[in-house]
Design a protein around this ligand. Structure first.
Ligand SMILES: Cc1ncc(COP(=O)(O)O)c(C=O)c1O
Length: 333
């Protein structure tokens, strides 16, 4: 058995997040029975999936005596926003390296919240500029007597992915209470940590369902499947669990569209459909693409009316405010 339950963890999230049936959406679709796991409600500064990862990352940082929590992302990164909040709660200074093509990015959405949370924000023009800038900042922090803790994009390393090992145990308990046996669990895959952690969680805690991850970053399904498997096995090794069964990692790139961060017409329809039926808001970058993938499977007739499926809502809603232009096709004004 693994040592998962004895590894350091800082409680940051409001858990368990609800697992709810979506009666109006299910009726609108005529089945299958659709459930949602509300990880958009993890509670830390607008919530989202990164909070579960940060419980382990921040604990690791504390154990290493860190004074500064250094991390990276795009200008509208959800991981960065939740990192800023987590650092604030444990008394570390968040140091954020954000890439944006604009010299003066709009102070909106996640970037606005980073600022309100007192994070130090450093912008660079492109993604590849982030790591060298983080290394530079880490040197500066050390020179001033501080201790930097550097976290990768999305919090997706062996430590952070543990958050989703625990999510599977939590979800399985809820499914048992509800007497629901889903055929498939749908989730977005960006930096892979969420799906990787879930794969480890499933091999530790069971569950007869398929986990299907939807790629929202470029690379293609084969490469992202391999990256997710590698990360899952790093996470398994970290917690002393057996390697995962590679056939458990299923990534689908059919909803990627033109580029990261640009919602497809199907993703926009998904946002509108869930808002109209259940008053739940998806985000334009991640959850809407995964939800569109789930709707495509339903449309393709993969499920019978009484089958159950689960959608993991990973959050990201602050980006709605920063991407109004891209939402225009589904806005009434
Ligand atoms: C809202 C949201 N959903 C899903 C994901 C994907 O999670 P992961 O990076 O662990 O694959 C992210 C982050 O990348 C996110 O911010």
């Amino acid at each position: 058995m693994s040592n998962f339950f004895s590894l350091p963890r800082e409680r940051l999230a409001t858990l368990p997040t609800p697992l709810e049936f979506l009666p109006r959406l299910t009726a609108r679709l005529g089945g299958p029975q659709v459930y949602i796991k509300r990880d958009d409600l993890t509670g830390l500064a607008f919530g989202g999936n990164k909070t579960r990862k940060l419980e382990y990352l921040v604990a690791d940082a504390k154990q290493k005596g860190a004074t500064h929590f250094v991390t990276e992302g795009g200008i509208q990164s959800n991981h960065v926003r939740q990192s800023a909040a987590a650092a604030r709660l444990v008394g570390m200074q968040a140091v954020l390296v954000l890439n944006s093509p604009d010299d003066a990015p709009a102070v909106q959405g996640n970037y606005l919240i980073d600022d309100l949370l007192g994070a130090q924000c450093h912008t660079v023009p492109t993604g590849p500029d982030r790591k060298p800038r983080m290394a530079e900042l880490a040197e500066q922090i050390k020179a001033e007597g501080g201790v930097p803790y550097i976290t990768v994009s999305g919090g997706s390393d062996a430590v952070g992915s543990q958050g989703y090992v625990g999510m599977v145990q939590e979800m399985n308990t809820q499914l048992t209470e509800l007497k629901v046996n889903p055929r498939c669990v749908y989730v977005a895959n960006g930096s892979a940590g969420t799906q990787a952690g879930m794969a480890v969680g499933q091999s530790l805690f069971g569950g007869g369902y398929t986990i299907k991850g939807y790629c929202v970053v470029p690379g293609g399904a084969d490469e992202i499947t391999q990256d997710t498997l590698t990360l899952a096995n790093q996470c398994a090794a970290h917690i002393g669990a057996d390697p995962v069964d590679p056939s458990r990692i299923l990534c689908d790139d059919s909803q990627f569209g033109e580029a990261y961060g640009f919602p497809t017409p199907a993703a926009l329809n998904a946002i509108k459909l869930l808002a109209d039926t259940e008053a739940i808001l998806l985000d334009p970058v991640y959850s809407s693409k995964a939800f569109a993938g789930m709707l495509a499977d339903i449309e393709a007739g993969l499920y019978k009316r009484d089958d159950a499926i689960v959608f993991i809502h990973t959050g990201g809603t602050p980006a709605l405010f920063a991407k109004v232009d891209l939402l225009k096709p589904i806005l009434s004004r």
